[in-house]
Write a protein that binds this ligand. Structure first.
Ligand code: ZN
Length: 274
């Protein structure tokens, strides 16, 4: 198996493992928080994997103890706190919405490899993948209604991948969904020991990579269209706009004035409560 690690990136790693590309968040000290650069690099790497005829399956992962704690709130506070509606729309529609939907729409099959925290923006990205393999310590949450007073995150994929009632429970309480519970409701495909996560994900990827790629591409297209004809894309687009509205409310302004420390503290409280 050829193993080519590409080190031209600062915030991600790009590995070519035979017919599998593995793209990893690589800011482990920041719990793989998704900064602007990380998201831009992730999208560039994803396009590269899509354009590479040798690649049959794309894995999205995270180095260290966590998949990703979500969008980089410290950077957001420092660089984007005073964004106008227009500026926020431009930033979030490209980096949060379009980049995610590109993963969902990829002609190649994708697998999320998840350990530790898979929160908010991280939750959104992992759930764009076709399959999810998680380790026993993985947990999923989207507490931002509680912590930031926003209407969830930008891509409301939740009800489509976990069912409406489960989505409401997780979002309304701000709580955590453990890996075993995510498996029970069908949101993840496989839960393995932390030490087996990488091997188990590669094994699943190898099984998928063995399928004739064009047939698989057509199959994925048809499966995704099953959700599209139920209105998924329109619902996601409508939610993006609702989410933008929630960024300019009094509640949001109050949360922001309480500051980043307050948001992080309350995120921890909400998470610990569940
Ligand atoms: Zn937002």
């Amino acid at each position: 198996m050829s193993n080519e690690i590409n080190s031209e990136f600062e915030c991600i790693t790009y590995e070519k493992l035979d017919t599998i590309a593995r793209i990893s968040h690589n800011r482990p000290k920041a719990r793989n928080a998704e900064s602007q650069l990380l998201l831009d690099e992730m999208d560039a790497a994803f396009r590269r994997a899509e354009a590479d005829d040798d690649i049959r399956v794309i894995i999205i992962a995270g180095t260290g103890d966590h998949f990703s704690a979500g969008h980089d709130l410290k950077e957001a506070q420092a660089k984007r706190a005073n964004f106008t509606v227009e500026e926020r729309w431009a930033y979030e529609s490209l980096r949060y919405f379009d980049y995610c939907i590109r993963i969902w729409d990829s002609p190649k099959p994708t697998i999320a490899q998840v350990q530790g925290a898979c929160v908010a923006g991280g939750f959104m990205m992992a759930n764009m993948c076709d399959l999810v393999v998680a380790s026993e310590d993985a947990f999923f949450s989207d507490p931002v209604c509680h912590t930031l007073a926003t209407a969830s995150i930008e891509v409301l994929i939740h009800p489509w991948v976990m069912g409406l009632r489960q989505a409401k429970h997780m979002l309304f309480t701000g709580g955590r969904l453990k890996a075993a519970d995510a498996l029970a409701i069908g949101m993840v495909n496989l839960v393995v020991a932390r030490s087996d996560l990488e091997a188990a994900t590669l094994a699943e990827a190898a099984k998928v990579a063995a399928a004739p790629p064009f047939a698989l591409r057509l199959l994925k297209r048809s499966l995704n269209r099953t959700f599209d004809v139920q209105g998924m894309r329109s619902a996601l687009e409508a939610h993006f706009e609702i989410h933008q509205l929630s960024h300019v409310t009094e509640e949001f302004a109050t949360k922001r004035s309480e500051g980043l420390a307050g948001a992080i503290r309350s995120a921890k409280t909400v998470s610990d409560r569940s």
